[in-house]
Structure formats: structure tokens, C-alpha cells
Design a protein around this ligand. Structure first.
Ligand code: SAM
Length: 444
């Protein structure tokens, strides 16, 4: 079973690209064979479209991206638009083989067209409304898969397996479990959140017929383009204890100056230093000098996380969300723009006024209780997509169902390391848990 901890190499020039295409072709003979179907006349235009999109989102140098896209043709894509000379120059292969090799390299072969993917949103919604554990959805689908973002020490993965692997062994199904974390393996920074090597070893011993696992360390979830092994869509996408302050402030709502001064006020003065040859962030917190990974205070915000989860998952779970991150996420889920005031940090004292009756109801939820957000206020009709530099406008998503639960750990539901720590944190208010069913908003 492959356990990966580093991103595959990114080719910097045509010679390296040719070499990597060759290697991925011989390492994946079944996919090379299946890629035949993708170049069939009936599917070629669609394949070229997807390939061009994938290339434009990839970390390849711009000259290589532009060369490949030009070689694959014009928009709308067609067999006639292909430039065989250009493709040969870059890939060393004639057109059909070049396209097949690119499909294997960019992992288009395992991908299904979005329309044919997995359970339909209304079925997912019905399922989660009727079942206490959203994870039971994994038992309902033919090819269960889960992507865990910011996976930390992988204790959630272990709990998930304890809970579900026997069922997969019984049914003969295979769970594909992928996990990523930004912590660089081997780094001195990040402490308990590093992927536990013992767990990685144990996972490697589980039956490969029922469990396919990959872990990507040193991977920023917002840049998954260099992870061609990842699926385009998963049955579930999870993020347990979304990092703070990374997701605690929405940059489209709060200015960099406001975020910075709030961070200084609440966390302390901070600066970049070097620790054991590594770049690190040093924070002076209440007279203590703390060090974190250099990117700790890089703010990505809830919109980026929601967009990522909605695009990749049929069902999304954000668990053990701390109070600050929760209200910032919630503001992006509701239609009412009054709950997204410009440049106002969501400190506890302003929440009742900004969120009104929504705050009143949610603050009164008992630990273990759940409610549907749509019963309290209208859900946002579209989740704004991040701006894209490519020519194509990315599809827009919304959440057709949002369930809010109060608490860190729920009976019969696998939880992560941080969720299990809340019991000991007497100063923390109980965290929040979101179950989200995304759907694509039809283009107008
Ligand atoms: C609070 S910890 C939670 C870890 C684990 N999910 C849990 O529940 O215990 C947040 C994790 O997110 C990771 N992280 C933060 N920003 C990330 C990013 N942009 N991409 C991937 N992982 C990230 C951190 O390294 C850390 O392991």
C-alpha cells in the first residue's frame, strides 16, 4: 500500500516532463489501458477540456503549461484543434499517446465526470437527516472514499478504520482514504500534530483489498494541484479542528491590517525567525516565547475551505470547530449579508447583535444537540468562488443542507485528536460540528 509523505516531482522543462510521463505510464499500466476510452471520438473533446483545465491549475512552469494547452488545441476543444508537432516536442509522443499519457499523469483516468459522480445531493441530504452518523454514508456507496484535510496525528483515520473496516471486509468494498497536512514531515515544529509514524506503519498492514491509504505531508490543502493521486471527488471530505487562525478570519471581509492588529492583540507580537535551519513563526504570548511553523498566521479563511470541501466532497464534515472559527464559517453560509459586516472582528461581545436570533438559538443548543441552519435563517444561494486566473470560470456551489451540532465528540462517531482534548480544556467553550451537503449551482 503506498504511503506517501512528499509531493511528486514537478517537471520544470520538456525533458523532465517526457521522463515523468514515461515513468507514470509504466507505473500505471491499468490506467494507461483505461485512458484509451478517454481518447475515443465520443469523449475526446471532454477529455481535452478537462486536461487543459488540470494543466492550467497545475504547478508546472507557465511556459510548459502554455505549450501543452496550445498543443492540445483551441476552445471549444476538438480533434482538429490538436497541434501534433507541438505536442510531440513537449511529450515526445504522437497525439493520441500524448493525450493518454497526460491523462495518466494528471490522474484523469480514475476521475468520473461530475454528473455521474456518487450519490445525488438530495439523497445525501435525506441520508444525513435520517442517520445519526454522517460517516455511515460510506457504507451506502459502491466506492467509498474520504479526504481528510489538516489530518494532524491521524487519530481520526484510526478511529474511522476501527469503526468501519470490519463492514468493508464483510461487504468486500474498498475504502479509499486520503489525508493531507501542511506540516513538513521531519520538521521540529508542529509537535503533536505530526502524522504518527506508528499509525502509518499500522495502516500499511491493513488488508489492501479493503483499504487504500495515502498521506501527504508538507501539503497545503489549498494547493492540491501537485497531488495527482488525489481523486477529483470523494464520498466525504472532512476537516477536524480547522486550524486557527488560518480559518478564523475571512480575508474578503476583514482587511489585512484589521487581521494583523487583532492577532497582535490576542496572540501577541510575532515575527519570522529561524529554528534549527527552518523558518518559523515566533509569537510572544503572555510573556512566553512560542514557535510555530512559518505559515501558522497565514490566513486562508472559511470561504477557501468551504469551496474546497464543496468541490471535492458529496458530503462534508467540519468537526471540533473552535468558537472563533465557527462564527466566521457560519457568516459565509447564510444569505443575510448583515451577518458578514465589513471589517468587524467577531469577538464574543458583538456576536449577539450581528447574528441576532441565530446566535440566540445556537448559543442555547445543549452539547450533543443538533439543528438545521435552514430552520433558523435562509442558506446562502451561492458560495462565492475564489477568483480564478484561468480562462474558465469555475463552477459555483452552494450548500443545500447545513446541520449544526454542539460538542466535540458524539457517540458512535469517529473523532480526531483535538476533539478528544476538549474535555481537558476547561477554559474553552464547547466546539461546533458542521455537516454540509454541497451541490453545484447550475450556470445561468
Ligand atoms: C488543530 S490541528 C487539527 C489536527 C487534526 N485534524 C485533529 O483533529 O486533531 C490543525 C491541523 O491543520 C494543519 N493545517 C493547517 N493549515 C493547513 C493547510 N493549509 N493545509 C493542510 N493542513 C493544514 C495543521 O498542520 C494541523 O495539523
Amino acid at each position: 500500500m503506498p504511503v506517501q509523505s512528499n509531493a511528486p516531482a514537478t517537471p520544470q522543462n520538456p525533458a523532465q516532463l517526457r521522463q515523468l510521463l514515461k515513468e507514470s505510464k509504466s507505473a500505471n499500466p491499468a490506467e494507461w489501458e483505461s485512458a484509451r476510452k478517454l481518447v475515443h471520438r465520443s469523449r475526446l473533446a471532454h477529455t481535452l477540456d478537462r486536461l487543459m483545465e488540470r494543466i492550467q491549475q497545475s504547478p508546472l512552469p507557465r511556459t510548459l503549461q502554455e505549450g501543452l494547452v496550445a498543443g492540445l488545441g483551441t476552445t471549444p476543444a476538438s480533434a482538429e484543434g490538436i497541434d501534433p508537432v507541438r505536442l510531440k516536442e513537449l511529450t515526445g509522443l504522437p497525439p493520441t499517446k500524448a493525450i493518454r499519457a497526460l491523462c495518466v499523469y494528471f490522474a484523469l483516468v480514475q476521475e468520473k465526470a461530475p454528473s455521474s459522480f456518487g450519490p445525488a445531493p438530495h439523497n445525501v441530504e435525506a441520508f444525513v437527516q435520517q442517520n445519526p452518523s454522517p460517516y455511515d454514508l460510506l457504507l451506502q456507496v459502491e466506492k467509498p472514499s474520504l479526504l481528510d484535510l489538516g489530518a494532524g496525528d491521524l487519530s481520526f483515520e484510526e478511529e474511522l478504520l476501527k469503526h468501519y473496516l470490519p463492514s468493508f471486509q464483510q461487504s468486500g468494498k474498498t475504502l479509499t482514504l486520503h489525508a493531507v497536512d501542511r506540516l513538513q514531515p521531519g520538521s521540529q515544529l508542529g509537535g503533536a500534530y505530526h502524522a504518527d509514524p506508528e499509525r502509518l506503519r499500522r495502516f500499511a498492514q491493513y488488508p489492501p483489498d479493503n483499504f487504500r491509504f495515502r498521506f501527504g505531508g508538507g501539503v497545503d490543502m489549498m494547493d492540491l494541484s501537485a497531488q495527482p493521486h488525489l481523486l477529483a471527488h470523494y464520498t466525504m471530505v472532512t476537516c477536524h479542528a480547522p486550524a486557527t487562525p488560518t480559518f478564523a478570519y475571512e480575508p474578503t471581509r476583514l482587511s489585512p491590517t484589521t487581521i494583523r492588529s487583532h492577532l497582535i492583540e490576542t496572540k501577541g507580537e510575532y515575527r519570522t525567525v529561524r529554528v534549527h535551519e527552518e523558518e518559523a513563526l515566533e509569537v510572544m504570548h503572555r510573556g512566553q516565547c512560542l514557535t510555530f511553523p512559518a505559515w501558522k498566521f497565514v490566513i486562508q479563511g472559511p470561504l477557501a475551505l468551504l469551496n474546497l470541501a464543496a468541490r471535492r466532497g458529496a458530503l462534508c464534515v467540519l468537526a471540533a470547530i473552535d468558537d472563533e472559527v465557527f462564527w466566521e464559517i457560519l457568516a459565509q453560509l447564510v444569505e443575510d449579508p448583515g451577518m458578514r459586516p465589513t471589517d468587524v472582528v467577531f469577538t464574543p461581545d458583538v456576536l449577539p447583535e450581528i447574528f441576532g436570533h441565530v446566535h440566540q438559538t445556537l448559543a442555547a443548543l445543549d452539547v450533543g444537540a443538533r439543528c438545521s441552519l435552514a430552520d433558523l435563517t435562509a442558506l446562502r444561494r451561492t458560495i462565492p468562488a475564489e477568483s480564478s486566473s484561468g480562462k474558465r470560470k469555475p463552477p459555483t456551489f452552494r450548500f443545500r443542507f447545513v446541520e449544526i451540532r454542539r460538542g466535540a465528540v458524539f457517540p458512535g462517531i469517529p473523532a480526531g485528536f483535538t476533539a478528544r482534548q476538549f474535555r481537558q480544556m476547561s477554559e474553552e467553550v464547547p466546539p461546533w460540528h458542521l455537516v454540509l451537503v454541497p451541490e453545484q449551482v447550475p450556470a445561468r
